[in-house]
Design a protein. Structure first.
Lengths: 207, 225
């Protein structure tokens, strides 16, 4: 959508106002000067579209549910534990895993921007980056959870993690009942993206 | 003092739209291009992560509100490219030349993308002194929530926590201080702590006074309470 450009102190106002055209103009200019390789752009896009996403985090959660030793190590110091599974790098340099229980429900936000554990969950969904989520998650997490259809008992304490530094948080949701016989792959299929941010719960088997 | 990006606790934004589980990773093709251009230009090494956050926060408040997410990103990249001297205003106007840029040798190549993303940019640094606080210590976040080195500069202390008293949960070792690094004043690493605040300490009408909010705060943001 075009904007009415009143802002003459910022260089970006010299580019076309329509955002899609603005990106195109900058990409074209940088490519002509040899500052970006369009092939590298395609590679970045493909990485977060097809290779790095919530399946990574779901595998970590499923392992934590299935293996008490892995769970203990993960809660102690998650960064090397998830690195051993191949999950590390940009926006996941320092990982902390926090576990939901009957007594405490963890939920993650970045009120100042959009910090998110990319190697485990990929690129954040639109709602995570929205003003409404950023503004409200810290002040009224239970009302935000209601927007997601989640209601917690008053006896469960909500702890909201505002990601203000380079530490990235992974929520380990509660393991659904009736999953005792399931293997890691089947368990991972129950772990939703939102359950690892804390705005959802893991799926019940067969749900 | 504050900027429009510092919106934690704000009223009036309405419901959160959770979307659908099968929503595409990129809602529009240009979102994907904007993300990729941002990462690829960052790889030129002319600015750091704190500078790029500060560039987004330095958009005019009206633009920050009006722009969509990736519109902020691409506009901040354009501003950084000019402020760091990589491009000129004439370039952005389409009046520059297309000759090979002196930094072209640094351009991120397709075959280097995986390694570059895997390397990331760790923010931890060696501790040069013991941390001032231990788990369980009571601390107060400084007030106002403002950069002490640069007036109107970048900081990562949200305004809603300024002056509030909390408890140290843990220390993450020393991390690069954004307030300094965003302004090319050096990394100035400091101990970084997770600090827990009671909802009743932060909000006049907490949903449940037992609820808690944690923030990751640098040592210079804190004083003993």
């Amino acid at each position: 959508m075009p904007h009415d450009h009143h802002d003459h102190d910022h260089a970006h106002a010299l580019l076309p106002p329509d955002p899609a055209l603005r990106v195109r103009a900058l990409e074209t200019l940088l490519t002509r000067k040899g500052l970006i390789d369009p092939g590298a752009l395609d590679e970045i896009i493909d990485t977060y579209q097809n290779r790095i996403g919530p399946k990574n985090g779901a595998m970590v959660v499923a392992r934590a549910w299935a293996d008490p030793g892995f769970r203990a190590a993960l809660l102690q110091d998650a960064t090397p534990v998830v690195a051993d599974l191949g999950f590390f790098g940009r926006q996941g340099e320092h990982i902390v895993a926090v576990e939901n229980t009957e007594d405490v429900h963890n939920m993650v936000v970045c009120t100042l921007c959009s910090c998110y554990p990319w190697p485990l969950l990929g690129i954040p969904p639109g709602w995570y980056k929205s003003d409404a989520y950023r503004a409200r998650a810290v002040r009224e997490p239970r009302a935000v959870l209601a927007d997601f259809g989640v209601t917690l008992p008053e006896t469960t304490r909500v702890r909201v993690w505002d990601s203000t530094a380079e530490v990235r948080y992974l929520v380990i949701p509660r393991r659904p009942v009736g999953t005792e016989g399931l293997g890691v792959e089947d368990l991972a299929a129950l772990v939703t993206r939102d359950s690892m941010i804390g705005t959802g719960l893991a799926r019940e088997p067969g749900a | 003092m504050t900027r429009v990006h510092d919106m934690g606790g704000r009223f009036g934004d309405g419901p959160v739209d959770p979307g659908q589980p099968d929503d595409p990773v990129y809602a529009q093709d240009w979102h994907a291009r904007a993300l990729a251009v941002t990462l690829a230009t960052g790889a030129l090494g002319q600015w750091n992560l704190d500078m790029s956050r500060h560039a987004r926060e330095s958009l005019a408040p009206r633009d920050y509100v009006d722009f969509s997410y990736y519109e902020k990103w691409i506009s901040a990249v354009a501003d950084l490219l000019v402020s760091t001297g990589v491009l000129t205003e004439a370039d952005l106007r389409g009046e520059g030349d297309d000759s090979r840029h002196p930094l072209a040798d640094r351009a991120l190549k397709a075959e280097a993308v995986a390694a570059t993303l895997a390397r990331g940019g760790p923010a931890d640094r060696p501790m040069t002194a013991p941390p001032a606080y231990r788990p369980g210590d009571r601390v107060r976040a400084q007030r106002p929530a403002a950069n002490r080195l640069v007036d109107g500069g970048h900081t990562r202390l949200p305004a809603y926590a300024a002056g509030a008293t909390g408890r140290i949960l843990c220390c993450h070792g020393a991390h690069v201080l954004p307030d300094s690094n965003a302004h090319r004043l050096g990394e100035a690493p400091e101990p970084l702590y997770t600090v827990v605040f009671s909802a009743a300490e932060l909000w006049a009408h907490p949903e449940n006074p037992e609820d808690e909010i944690t923030l990751d705060l640098w040592q210079s943001y804190l004083e003993p309470a």
